[in-house]
Design a binder for this molecule. Sequence first.
Ligand code: HEM
Length: 220
Amino acid sequence: MRFSPEGSHGANAGLKHARDFLEPVKAKFPWITYSDLWILAGVCAIQEMQGPTIPYRPGRTDKDAAACTPDGRLPDAAQGTKHLRDIFYRMGFNDQEIVALSGAHALGRCHTDRSGFDGPWTFSPTVLTNDYYTLLLNEKWHIRKWDGPQQFQDKTKGLMMLPADYALIQDKAMRPWVEKYAKDNDLFFKDFASVVTRLFELGVPFKPDTETMTFKPTNA
Ligand code: HEM
C-alpha cells in the first residue's frame, strides 16, 4: 500500500491519512517494518477504543512496488453477500467471520472525499461496541435520496449503512450471526478478537518461537 497502484486502489481510499499519521512513529522507530507498524497500530486502536485485547506478533516484512496486489481483492461496498463471499472465502473466512469482521464498522465513518459514501454507522464511532448489529436490526433503513452512491439512512438521518452492510441482514445464513452479535457483546468481542487476529496474521512468515505480546490499553 506504500506504492502505486495498490495505495490508490478504490478500496484503500482514505488509508493514506492513516499511513501518513504513522510516518513520525516509523521515523522514531525505524527498526519496525511498515507492515508490523500498521498492524500494531490496528491492535492499539481497537484496544484504545475499548475493544477486546488483540494478541500481537511481529514478523511482517516490507516489499517493494513489484509486490502490489491486483485490484479487486478487497470488498466493494456497493455489492452484496455473493461478492463478500467471493472476497472473504478466498482468504479462508466463513459467513460467521464475515459478519464478525463487519462489526468493525461500529468505528469511524465514511467520507465523501474518500469512498464517496457519507456518515457514521453508530452514534459512538470512537468506541467499539456491538451497536453496528443492534442498529442494523432495529433501525428502519431506507435508501438515502442524495447525489451520491446508493447507501442506507436511518430515521434520524444521522446514521448510514453501506449496501454491503445492509446485505448481511437480507442473507439467510448471515442474518443469524447479526442477531447473535446484537444480543451478546461478549460473544462479538471474543469472535472479533479471534477473526481479526487471523486477518492481521494472514500470510505472515513468522519466525519459529516468535513471542506473542499483549498490551494493556492506556485506560485500563
Ligand atoms: C465487509 C466488507 C467491507 C466493506 C465493503 C467496507 C467498506 C468500507 C467503506 C466504503 C468505508 C468508508 C471509507 C471512507 O470513506 O473513509 C469503510 C470504513 C471503515 N472500515 Fe470497512 N469495509 C469492509 C470491511 C471492514 C473490515 C473487515 C474492517 C476491520 C476489521 C473495517 C473497518 C473499517 C473502519 C474502522 C472504517 C472507518 C474509517 C474511518 O473512520 O476513516 N471494514 N469501510
